[in-house]
Design a protein around this ligand. Sequence first.
Ligand SMILES: [Mg+2]
Length: 275
Amino acid sequence: MAANSPFDCVLLDLDDTLYPGNTGLGPALKRNIDEFLQAKLGVSAERAAAMRVELFRTHGSSLAGLIVLGYDVHPDEYHSYVHGRLPYDRIAADPQLARLLQSIPQRKVLFTNSDRAHMKRALERLGVDEAVFDAVVCFETMNPHLFGEEGRRAAAAGTAPPAVVLKPAVDAIGAGLRAAGTNPRRTLFLDDSERNIAAGKALGLRTALVGKRVRSKGADYALESIGALRRVIPEIWGAAAAAAGDGSERSDHGIDKMPMRSDLDSIIQPTSIQA
Ligand SMILES: [Mg+2]
């Protein structure tokens, strides 16, 4: 553990956080969801796109919406269709990211709404060993009730389908906090989603919005890319690292001094995934 660091654990989102938001995976994901809705529900392309937006807005994801509305969709069927066909070759290997993650002295938890198969493929493309994380919280771990006997019993009994647990829901953030195993105020949460960041802040986490130039509501930090982590939040590595500096413009990023400056090293212009 880093001496005098204000953090005991770092929670890291995966998609558009550990890799840039401009890979094209986001638009591909939306197309795959639209095609899934067309095939599954027999609706037009226009209707499918409108449904995707509405399901995301109301239920947090298209899958969550379909399950809550009572459609017979198994998460594995959905994920293999919408994630399994993504152009993963657009995620580039990132040796610097692998080294950065290894250098973080705190407990590290990968905290993603995505399914395990997608997580493994994305990490493989990045060249990041899953073992660098002390724990993984993903779709399956947040939603065991959708896979085991409980889900099958509910389906057989025709009772109300269980809700899907995803960030930014309180239950999902709670799953991340349990995996962190420490005080929320000593846990740093990195995510590219403004609503996830706001939810994390509401539950007491320290928060860093990734992929944006300016902080959103509830974000203690903003960094344009994960590659700027050491410069924007040197406190992770402890007081010595924070005091030493690295010759960049950073000078006063105390825990409550919220950096608003853009990461000048980055030219990434991320897009947001609203799927
Ligand atoms: Mg994300």
